[in-house]
Write a protein that binds this ligand. Structure first.
Ligand code: ZN
Length: 250
């Protein structure tokens, strides 16, 4: 339960089950609802027919609804993978952030909503001992299938508040990236870096469709100024900075 004194309403969702093998959550996963309102999202996430749920929902007004106890497995990640693990629901806590999304009009997340997301995340991360590099976007664990919370989600703000792993993105210049189906050591190195960081990407040495999809997912989180699936110089440099900033000692 939330400890920081944040007010919240509890509305239990029936769409839950125990975490597999008693796994303790070590990922915090961010989503947007892609619904017209938080009330509609809440109804859907609590409807047994939807077969989806989430631990928390944060409205644009900053109000929090908890739907699933953190000890339980909620159904928000779907088919996903990160660092070779595929049962992301068993090892994560999910926050749905109200936003109409691409379907109803994607827009900026209001400040009051972001402040609540940050306070809630701080609480979750501290209580569960979640490492910064395991605070992720739904798009990170399901590239191509999911794009939420998208390029307007302010990961920098979270990082400044001590949540998540993030580096200043390298500025966009005219440094071009590999073209479709191009191969070579550069492509291999890029794939290894992305897969090593956690993305579900086979290292083929070819700039194939999956690589483009994963590069887009990377950009949605770490190089939001341009999301095009092209591994230009800024993207590659940002990835290098990110990997170099990983704290491998702890
Ligand atoms: Zn999602």
């Amino acid at each position: 339960m939330i400890r920081t004194g944040l007010p919240y309403e509890f509305r239990p969702s029936p769409n839950i089950e125990p975490r597999k093998d008693g796994i303790r959550p070590d990922i915090l996963l961010m989503h947007y609802t892609e619904m017209e309102s938080a009330a509609k999202a809440c109804d859907w996430l609590c409807d047994p027919r939807s077969k989806v749920s989430c631990h928390y929902l944060v409205d644009e007004t900053g109000e929090i609804v908890q739907m699933v106890d953190e000890a339980m497995r909620a159904w928000h990640a779907g088919q996903s993978s990160w660092r070779g693990e595929s049962d992301i629901n068993s090892r994560s806590i999910g926050i749905e952030i109200q936003n109409p999304g691409l379907r109803y009009g994607y827009r900026a997340f209001p400040d009051v909503q972001m402040r609540t997301v940050i306070a809630l995340s701080k609480d979750i991360v501290a209580r569960n001992g979640i490492r910064p590099e395991r605070v992720l976007a739904h798009s990170d664990v399901a590239p191509g299938r999911k794009v939420d919370p998208g390029e307007l989600f302010n990961w920098r703000l979270l990082h400044e508040a001590g949540i998540g792993h993030w580096v200043e993105p390298a500025p966009i210049d005219d440094g071009a990236g590999p073209k479709a189906d191009e191969s070579g050591p550069g492509v291999m190195q890029l794939q290894k870096a992305l897969a090593g960081y956690g993305y579900g990407l086979p290292v083929t040495g070819i700039y194939d469709a999956r690589t483009k999809t994963v590069v887009s997912a990377f950009q949605l989180h770490f190089r939001q100024a341009r999301v095009d699936g092209i591994a230009d110089r800024s993207t590659v440099e940002t990835l290098d900075r990110l990997v170099a900033a990983l704290d491998v000692t702890s």
